[in-house]
Design a protein around this ligand. Structure first.
Ligand code: ARG
Length: 256
């Protein structure tokens, strides 16, 4: 049978489209959850936290030359002398950047031992200054607009029951209305928290991402705090509402 030039072209175009359709979801699914690799050069202020053995358990954000903001629940039974802050290292298996020790950890005074109670933030003081531009804290409650897109970053699990990531990952998630998030989480408090993610799930932070940033327009608007599983439909990621605590956090930063 003779195949015309135009139908041969159609066959080729279809084959390419099928290949793309197969390749895109496979490449896009298993990251943060539903994210992709991120460059530490683009996000120099994102850090990860390890214990003295090098085990990565949380993330954080450089907010001043000697200060890292993380989640209070990351600091539970964590002594400052056991803590290491890894700055400038996108690939955990590389020796890029530096590992910095901590001199002290200050957990929010109002933190009650459970992230669902709010005040899930803590400030780590580093033993030396780090040479990265700090990410400014959001001060204005007006940044929390429903459906505004935020960026989450971390080295945490790439699926709910999966392994933590070797590489820094990023994902974009929309902020969720307080009333919507309150339906998913009865503990939700709009003064202390902000939710981000999709009703259908699929894109989220996960275990190991806690303490890391939710960034919007060059500001830190949230700290990864908790969630029901990861990326589940009907649930969202819950983040510490940074602007609510900014005066208290700034006080600790200014104290040096
Ligand atoms: N609590 C987790 C941690 O310690 C982070 C959970 C974020 N979960 C979520 N579904 N967004 O790493």
């Amino acid at each position: 049978m003779r195949i015309s030039r135009s139908s041969r072209l159609t066959v080729v175009v279809c084959a390419v489209l099928v290949a793309l359709a197969a390749a895109v979801p496979a490449a896009a699914s298993p990251r943060v959850v539903g994210g992709e690799r991120a460059s530490i050069v683009e996000f120099p202020w994102v850090v990860y936290l390890t214990d003295a053995t090098g085990f990565q358990f949380c993330g954080g954000t450089v907010v001043a030359a000697t200060k890292v903001l993380t989640a209070a629940h990351c600091m539970a039974d964590q002594r400052a002398d056991n803590l290491r802050v890894v700055v400038g290292r996108e690939d955990k298996q590389s020796t890029d950047g530096r590992v910095v020790t901590a001199t002290s950890v200050q957990v929010a005074k109002a933190y009650r031992g459970d992230p669902t109670g709010g005040s899930d933030w803590a400030v780590i003081t580093l033993s030396r200054r780090v040479n990265v531009p700090p990410l400014p804290l959001a001060k204005d409650a007006a940044v929390y607009q429903t459906n505004a897109m935020g960026l989450v970053l971390g080295w945490g699990r790439t699926s709910e029951s999966g392994e933590v990531s070797r590489y820094l990952m990023e994902a974009s998630v929309p902020l969720v209305a307080d009333a919507t998030c309150g339906k998913s989480y009865q503990e939700y408090r709009a003064t202390a928290m902000v939710c981000a993610g999709y009703a259908q799930g699929g894109v989220d932070t996960c275990q190991g991402d806690s303490g890391g940033p939710l960034e919007m327009n060059g500001e830190l608007v949230g700290i990864t705090s908790f969630g029901e599983g990861c990326a589940r439909p009907g649930y969202y990621g819950v983040y510490t509402r940074v602007a609510s605590y900014e005066p208290l956090i700034d006080e600790l930063i200014a104290a040096g």
